[in-house]
Write a protein that binds this ligand. Structure first.
Ligand code: OFO
Length: 165
């Protein structure tokens, strides 16, 4: 059984994951407009992954007989000055989500809520992967600089994700 405090925190985080989904969809739309189809496809898949993360919270809360309470999702940013700015924002966002997950783990440990702590461990691992992936993309963009053919190649590489690659 979840404590009231933990239930509130998990519902709040469910909203954060839905916001993540919304933010990445906004980035996908931005890349679509710029005709960067591969980048757009990557962000679209990421948006779907974030929705699945939210649903993991939804399922967990239900499984321990908590009540899921949905709240308003904030509006995401809709315009970026450069490709790099989009990815820097993505990295910042993933770092923020990592620290929120860590705080949830802290609370679960303080409350000796072993079930919630166990549930959260999947996210601890996932966050390491997400931060590393985005750092890797930023490194590639730094190498590419203003090189148009490099950018074209990276767009194709990232687009493979949307095609199941
Ligand atoms: Fe849900 O991992 Fe990104 O935010």
């Amino acid at each position: 059984m979840l404590s009231d405090k933990m239930l509130k925190a998990l519902n709040k985080h469910l909203n954060e994951e839905l916001y993540s989904s919304y933010l990445y969809l906004s980035m996908a739309a931005h890349f679509e407009e710029k005709n960067l189809k591969g980048f757009a496809g990557w962000m679209r898949v990421q948006s779907q992954e974030e929705y699945m993360h939210a649903m993991k919270f939804y399922d967990f809360i239900n499984s321990v007989n908590g009540k899921v309470t949905l709240t308003q999702i904030d509006s995401p940013k809709t315009n970026w000055k450069s490709i790099m700015e989009v990815w820097k924002d993505t990295l910042e966002h993933e770092k923020k989500i990592t620290s929120l997950i860590n705080k949830l783990v802290d609370s679960a440990m303080q409350e000796k809520d072993y079930a919630t702590n166990n549930f959260l461990q999947w996210f601890v691992t996932e966050q390491v992967e997400e931060v590393t992936t985005v750092e890797d993309i930023i490194s590639k963009l730094e190498l590419i600089g203003d090189n148009k053919s490099g950018l074209y190649m990276l767009d194709r590489e990232l687009g493979a994700r949307a095609e199941g690659g």
